[in-house]
Design a binder for this molecule. Structure first.
Ligand SMILES: [Zn+2]
Length: 353
């Protein structure tokens, strides 16, 4: 239950009451949150309220359940991010331990959150008023040593895997600049097999962070009847940047019925002379819509993933600020609902009804 009335939210965030009201009425799914990182590293409790830093320019501590409820978030893809510096056997063991730990965290939330592995479960969890937690892997090399590959993950607990993260791996090459100069840049044969394994288990193949050549290799290896996804990114059409994707990549995802989530990291989004507030996120969303259509754009903040968001998007309580900017740019309520949840849910429903 949202404990803040729209009028209170409007005055606290200095936004219109229409924006606050629509936020309260919308489903809102964030396609990439890394709140499990501070929980693992220093025991950060995602279910108790933390203060947002006054300046908002911090790397962690963006999200907790009470502030996300204030901000109208109803579900999120919780990432288990891989430490590439472990040996591969140890990565698989640590992943299994982390999966159990994250599942336990959600199960012990006294009904405030529920685990979701398919579209039907999303509705069931939301019908209780709880937050829908969907578990993901960032860095497919976490399960390189798993005996049956992707199929080794019990109970289809993971709904999405980001193939590569910030380093090159046995699966392929990252788009991070320090790795651009060397390496094959494409997907390895192991990477192609991995994509097929994801298709077999109906796990979203996430192409955030991958080198463009690997992106296209993955598109080719992927079963085009299943939706591809890019969960947290900016777009080159607004701000050319090594971390962002171009128009052809947006269209390739759109062609599969997938979605592209816009990250809240100012350093990848801001353009010369452009907005410095939450409107910069909306510019990237609009470009995705212009190129790929209304059904493709979504939100993937990367909160708690060591990003620096624009000040007014400093934490989970601030999602309604985005609604304010969307309305100010003439967006319809229908489009806002799509970008916040419907587009992802449609795609999810096709992958895992
Ligand atoms: Zn990431």
């Amino acid at each position: 239950m949202n404990t803040s009335s729209p009028a209170l939210v409007a005055s606290r965030l200095e936004i219109s009451e229409e924006a606050a009201q629509l936020s309260a009425d919308c489903e809102l799914i964030d396609l990439h949150i890394d709140t499990f990182i501070p929980h693992r590293l220093w025991g950060y409790d995602p279910f108790s309220r933390h203060k947002s830093a006054l300046l908002g320019r911090h790397l962690f501590g963006h999200l907790d359940h009470p502030r996300c409820e204030d901000g109208g978030m109803t579900g999120a893809l919780w990432s288990i991010t891989t430490n590439p510096f472990r040996l591969k056997g140890s990565r698989w063991r640590v992943f299994q331990r982390n999966l159990v730990k994250l599942q336990g965290l959600i199960r012990d939330s006294n009904g405030r959150a529920g685990l979701v592995t398919n579209r039907r479960e999303y509705d069931a969890v939301r019908a209780t008023g709880a937050h829908a937690a969907m578990i993901c892997i960032q860095g497919g090399n976490a399960i390189e040593a798993a005996p049956e590959g992707v199929a080794s993950i019990a109970d289809d607990a993971v709904i999405r895997i980001t193939l590569v993260h910030l380093t090159n791996s046995s699966l392929g090459t990252t788009n991070s600049p320090h790795h651009l100069v060397r390496g094959s840049k494409g997907l390895t044969s192991m990477g192609k097999t991995f994509v097929e394994q994801c298709n077999d288990r109906r796990v979203f193949v996430d192409l955030a962070h991958i080198h463009p050549r690997g992106f296209w290799d993955a598109v080719e290896a992927h079963n085009s009847d299943q939706p591809l996804i890019v969960t947290h990114t900016g777009v080159n059409g607004v701000r050319p940047h090594w971390r962002n994707i171009d128009d052809a990549q947006i269209k390739a995802v759109a062609d599969t019925g997938g979605v592209v989530g816009v990250i809240f990291a100012g350093m990848f989004l801001s353009r010369k002379g452009g907005p410095t507030d939450g409107a910069m996120v909306v510019e990237h969303l609009e470009h995705i819509i212009d190129v790929g259509g209304e059904e493709v754009a979504a939100i993937g903040s990367d909160f708690d993933g060591a990003i620096t968001p624009p000040h007014e998007l400093r934490g989970g309580e601030t999602y309604p600020v985005l609604v304010h900017h969307m309305l100010a740019r003439g967006w319809s309520h229908d489009r806002i609902r799509r970008v916040f949840a419907t587009n992802f849910l449609d795609s999810f429903g096709r992958l895992r009804p």
